[in-house]
Design a binder for this molecule. Structure first.
Ligand code: DX5
Ligand code: ZN
Length: 218
C-alpha cells in the first residue's frame, strides 16, 4: 500500500504571510502544498493566481499541488505551469476539450489531475484514467474551506479504488474538503492515499501543524 500523503491547503493559512505559512507546513511534515485557485465564476469565491504562486515558489522545494477551480481553464494552464506548479488539477467541466488540456499539462512536464465535484460521476473521467496521475475527489462543493465533509462520497472513493485495482492503474486518489480526525480513516479505508486539509491542519490543537499532520496520516 502507498504511504498516505498530506497536502495542506494554504487557503486556511494567513494570507498576509503565506511564505511563512508554507515554511511552517514544511517543518510540520507536509508532503506537498495544496494551492486552491478560484475565479469567482467556476466557483463563487476568488483567491490567487500565477504571480502569487510564483512568489511562493522560493519558500519551499515541496511540490505545489495546484487545484484550478477556474473556467475556461485551458488558456491559463501554461501560466500556472510557468509559475511553479508541480501537479495541475482541473475540473472536466471547466475545459472544452479534456484530452487537449491533459496533453498540454503533460507536454509541460507536470503531473495531471482531474477533479470530481460531488455531483460529477466517475464516468465523466473514466476514459482518461490511464493518462493521468491523480483524481481529486471533492468531498465538499468547491469554493470555500471549512465546510462539512459529505459522507456519501465515500462510495465514490470506493468505486474509484475498485476501478484502479481492476485496471492495475497507478493514479493517486486525493480527497479534498472537510477532512478531519473523524473521517481521515474512513477516506483512507475507502482508498484515498492523499488527503488535502486546510481548517483541521491550521486550526485544530491550537494550530499545532506538526501534530495535526501526523494525526491525519495515521
Ligand atoms: C475547497 C477547496 C479545499 C479546501 C479545503 O474548494 O478545494 O481545498 O480549501 O479546506 P478544508 O480542509 O477547510 O475543507
Ligand atoms: Zn482544493
Amino acid at each position: 500500500m502507498k504511504k498516505i500523503q498530506i497536502s495542506p491547503s494554504i487557503l486556511a493559512g494567513d494570507f498576509s504571510n503565506l511564505g511563512a505559512e508554507i515554511k511552517r507546513l514544511e517543518r510540520g511534515g507536509a508532503d506537498m502544498i495544496h494551492v486552491d485557485v478560484m475565479d469567482g465564476h467556476f466557483v463563487p469565491n476568488l483567491t490567487i493566481g500565477p504571480p502569487v504562486i510564483k512568489s511562493l515558489r522560493k519558500y519551499t522545494k515541496l511540490p505545489f499541488d495546484v487545484h484550478l477551480m477556474i473556467s475556461p481553464v485551458h488558456k491559463y494552464i501554461k501560466k500556472f505551469s510557468e509559475a511553479g506548479s508541480d501537479i495541475i488539477t482541473i475540473h472536466p467541466e471547466a475545459t472544452e476539450n479534456i484530452k487537449e488540456s491533459i496533453d498540454l499539462i503533460k507536454s509541460l512536464d507536470k503531473k495531471v489531475g482531474l477533479s470530481l465535484n460531488p455531483d460529477t460521476p466517475i464516468n465523466a473521467i473514466k476514459k482518461y484514467l490511464i493518462e493521468i496521475n491523480l483524481v481529486l475527489v471533492m468531498t465538499v462543493y468547491p469554493g470555500f474551506g471549512g465546510q462539512k465533509f459529505i459522507s456519501k462520497i465515500l462510495d465514490k472513493i470506493k468505486n474509484l479504488k475498485k476501478i484502479k485495482d481492476e485496471t492495475n492503474l497507478n493514479f493517486d486518489i486525493e480527497v479534498d474538503g472537510g477532512i478531519n480526525f473523524e473521517n481521515n480513516n474512513l477516506v483512507i479505508d475507502a482508498g484515498a492515499n492523499i488527503l488535502v486539509s486546510g481548517t483541521t491542519i491550521f486550526k485544530d490543537n491550537n494550530g499545532d501543524i506538526k501534530k495535526n499532520i501526523e494525526l491525519l496520516r495515521s
